[in-house]
Design a protein. Structure first.
Length: 521
């Protein structure tokens, strides 16, 4: 029995990996998202032993996280620590989930809803706090069903996760016990999925006329290097290649109004080259290149570098044609165990990582910057920033009308990593009803519309440029923009009230039973 349950959990780990972007199919087999969790949920329903159920929950997430995030192992010399750190770091989360599953499944009659709510909470809780890593959410398993995921503009990405878990849990319950209650638990999520699909179709019909209007346009060139500038020896090559590719783009379209270079193209602060860059001729060439083209540039480079204590910020510089720096935005959300290193404030920890892995620790930015060009108000997001719904939502509330993502995932060496990040970006456009422009070192450089659809993109791991006339349509307010993740908070309140009600009723029943026993005696 136990062996069979663990096999079912492992099977779900494989299915969920195949459902999201993977190395076999770059966009993933989204049809599997509707059944990928069924084997796991069947196993959880059958187990009653506390230790086995908790162990099974942890086992599933170790399998799923390892298969879905194996590319973290390629993060330079630090890769194996990043990979193992992420796997181990989330074991306490799955342990907690297993603990709640054991007591909740034993206490509550509706197992379908119990599993659905707890797994949705898991997706949300692992997306907040110091260890936040919002990757591999259940919502991503159905990302290719564009009409279905449009509902994210009402309740956010975690509602889509809820829908996926609800359907999978309902099917699992019905396969175990084919009765009327479990039939209803299957019909309700099917209706929810159908309603979500219908909403997506109607939404696109209603917004078609609004989004066809144009209040401004901008000719952009997003440069894709296909090298990792962070590797030793690639820093100067990155600059030279960027200049060369930009020249090619300008030759094809002399009307370009904005040039975007990706994350970390420069390995030194743009404004302090004398202290940090030895090749002054190359940097002067870059400055002259920008001045001669008379075009604003957005370039990824570090800021606030302090080599004495080995720390810096990962930033984007908005550089005007006269070389004036209009904005510097620094990455707010750092990757746990890679950019956000525990105990880095201690000197011996800093020295260890600098000596063994050539890593400068990063400190997060503490404010947003809106890059303004014509009527465009760009919200800069550096790499991992776009994994957090609240940051993009806050930008939209502050008046941003286009998301601008700068990423360097070239170190991953895998298509699956590039496409998984692309899926993350899709949800931010849907939630906020605005376009996303992605400029990356190796993929996926793209223009994403308000529905999360790719308008134009470059192939992964190719050198080139993306030219596009980006149309700015009138903005509209989404429900998600107004209420954020209120759906999750309401769900948590409902679960808490149900739990308290159950335990108070149980205590009352126990007291009543004790009183009856005494009366009989």
């Amino acid at each position: 029995m136990k062996t069979r349950c663990f096999c079912l959990a492992a099977f779900s780990g494989i299915l969920t990996t195949l459902a999201i972007p993977n190395e076999i199919k770059e966009t993933g087999y989204s049809i599997l998202g509707f059944v990928a969790y069924v084997p796991l949920f069947m196993a959880l329903n059958k187990l009653e032993d506390k230790k086995t159920l908790i162990g099974l929950t942890v086992f599933y997430f170790i399998i799923a996280n390892s298969l879905q995030n194996f590319w973290l192992g390629f993060f330079h010399a630090f890769g194996w620590i990043t990979f193992i750190g992420v796997i181990i770091g989330y074991i306490p989360y799955s342990l907690t989930l297993g603990y709640f599953l054991h007591y909740s499944l034993k206490s509550f009659k509706n197992k379908t809803m119990t599993i659905t709510m707890l797994f949705t909470f898991y997706d949300y809780l692992r997306s907040i706090g110091f260890l936040a890593y919002p990757w591999g959410l259940a919502a991503f398993t159905v990302n290719n069903f564009n009409n279905l995921i449009q509902v994210a503009d009402i309740f956010g990405v975690f509602f889509v996760s809820f829908t996926v878990y609800f359907l999978n849990s309902g099917i699992a319950d019905f396969l175990i016990h084919k009765n009327k209650i479990n039939l209803l638990n299957t019909i309700f999520p099917i209706l929810l999925v159908t309603t979500s699909f219908t909403y997506g179709i109607l939404k696109k019909t209603e917004l078609k006329s609004l989004l066809s209007k144009e209040i401004d346009s901008l000719n952009i060139a997003a440069i894709q290097l296909n090298i990792d500038p962070w590797l030793p020896g690639n820093d100067e090559k990155g600059i030279r290649d960027s200049i060369e590719i930009t020249e090619q783009a300008l030759k094809e379209n002399p009307q370009i109004e904005f040039v975007i270079w990706s994350e970390g193209v420069l390995t030194y602060p743009f404004s302090k080259e004398d202290r940090y860059f030895k090749n002054y001729d190359l940097h002067n060439e870059l400055k002259n290149f920008i001045k001669e083209r008379k075009i604003p540039f957005a370039i990824g480079a570090p800021s606030n570098v302090d080599k004495t204590i080995g720390i810096q910020q990962n930033s984007i510089y908005m550089i005007e044609p006269d070389l004036n720096i209009a904005n510097i935005y620094s990455k707010i959300f750092l990757v746990p165990f890679a950019e956000k290193i525990p105990f880095y404030e201690y000197e011996f920890v800093r020295n260890f990582f600098l000596k063994n892995f050539r890593i400068l620790g990063q400190i997060e930015g503490n404010k947003i910057e809106i890059l303004k060009l014509k009527k465009f108000k760009f919200a800069p997001l550096i790499c991992y920033d776009d994994a957090f719904p609240e940051l993009s939502r806050f930008y939209k509330i502050q008046g941003a009308n286009t998301l601008l993502n700068f990423s360097n995932d070239s170190w991953s060496k895998t298509n699956s990593a590039e496409w998984q990040h692309f899926v993350v970006a899709k949800f931010r456009s849907i939630e906020n009803g605005i376009k996303t422009i992605r400029a990356t070192n190796s993929g996926i450089t793209a223009i994403i519309n308000e529905y999360g659809e790719s308008i134009k993109k470059l192939e992964t791991f190719t050198k080139g440029y993306l030219l596009s006339t980006v149309k700015l349509s009138p903005t509209f307010t989404t429900i998600y923009e107004k209420i954020g993740d209120s759906f999750i908070y309401i769900l948590m309140m409902m679960f808490l009230i149900t739990t308290l009600r159950f335990y108070f009723m149980e205590d009352k029943n126990q007291l009543l039973s004790s009183s009856l026993v005494k009366i009989k005696v």
